[in-house]
Design a protein around this ligand. Structure first.
Ligand code: PAZ
Length: 324
């Protein structure tokens, strides 16, 4: 990481990053990000960083236990496919073993039930056959996935813990700096607000005893502040806000926009997130819904969210060419 950029992060961030180890394969991920961003900047292609899934927060440094959250990675994986469909290059920063674009359709399946080993009597060799009925839509899915890979449009990066996520987010933001307003951030991951600094974590497994467990956790510094101000100041930034009280959606979204001064908040509630979101910008608020009929026909709300945001992104790029 460039020393200059580290200095800009501010004391809270300096403290956070100096306290935690870089993720496994950090150098390779940073290199891959730089190459991916440069290649698509050269091709004048729009690029989106989609974050997806929940972060793990370790409770011990030799970690046996950790805090986690509900996020399955559905929103991120489905949205990544729709961005690819619209011609974006996609960095998919996702929680290890959460849902992945294309393969997410088969996530509930035991693969061994869909495959069969067959002996070819002519050659005496075994080959593997797939039962297409057990893998609905597998041929077009494989074709789309192969086309995306061949065109080099998808860069998957994995995280597991909160600190891995934040390290890679910062690295991605700094790489995407070169893509200017053509870069979009689509921050759908469910990131912990609390953590235990490494210096305060017990080394060994917390022992169970007569007393209830008491934890003291610190607030994670708000990463939208350096992201918008320092890491990627020209990019189009969409954050997500999850609430459990729908009456708070609009007020909380507006508060986030006023605090971080980024472009969009997509607000959703836990129970209705597959069928309803509220997209809030400085001067608009738009309801995006799936009707009963659309739900029955297996439409995905992410298609509408991504379409709407890509139109906002177009306006943003145009405005950045002709600032008034
Ligand atoms: O991953 P998923 O599809 O199960 O859930 C998506 C979501 C609710 C995590 C996402 O839409 C979201 O709101 N992310 C931000 C959560 C937050 O407020 O930190």
């Amino acid at each position: 990481m460039a020393a200059e950029a580290e200095a800009e992060d501010g004391p809270e961030w300096d403290q956070f990053f100096s306290d935690c180890a870089p993720p496994p394969n950090a150098a390779a991920s940073v290199r891959a990000l730089g190459e991916f961003a440069a290649q698509h900047a050269e091709q004048c292609r729009r690029l989106v960083l989609v974050t997806s899934g929940g972060t793990k927060v370790p409770l011990e440094s030799r970690t046996v236990r950790y805090l986690d959250n509900f996020s399955s990675g559905w929103r991120g994986a489905v949205s990544a496919e729709h961005f690819l469909q619209l011609g974006y290059a996609v960095v998919f920063l996702h929680r290890q073993r959460s849902l992945f674009p294309f393969s997410r359709r088969y996530s509930g399946l035991n693969l061994l039930d869909a495959l069969k080993a067959v002996l070819d009597v002519g050659t005496g060799c075994w080959r593997v056959e797939a039962d297409q009925a057990a893998l609905p839509g597998i041929v077009p899915t494989l074709q789309r996935y192969a086309a995306v890979r061949e065109a080099g449009l998808l860069l998957p990066l994995e995280f597991s813990t909160l600190s891995d996520y934040l390290y890679l987010l910062r690295a991605a933001a700094q790489a995407l700096h070169h893509n200017g307003p053509k870069a979009m951030f689509y921050l759908a991951a469910a990131v912990s607000d609390f953590f235990i600094p490494a210096s305060e974590m017990p080394e060994h497994k917390i022992q169970s005893g007569a007393n209830p467990l008491q934890l003291s956790m610190q607030m994670v510094p708000k990463m939208l502040t350096p992201l918008v101000k320092d890491w990627a100041p020209q990019a189009f930034v969409t954050s997500f806000k999850l609430e459990t009280d729908s009456s708070q959606l609009l007020a909380r979204a507006r508060k986030a926009l006023a605090t971080y001064r980024h472009q969009v908040v997509v607000a959703n509630t836990l129970e209705t997130r597959r069928v309803y979101v509220l997209i809030v910008t400085e001067d608009s608020q738009v309801d995006i819904k799936l009707s009963e009929n659309e739900v029955q026909q297996h439409h995905e709300i992410e298609e509408k969210i991504v379409k709407h945001l890509s139109e906002c992104h177009t306006n943003f790029i145009e405005k950045s060419k002709n600032p008034t």
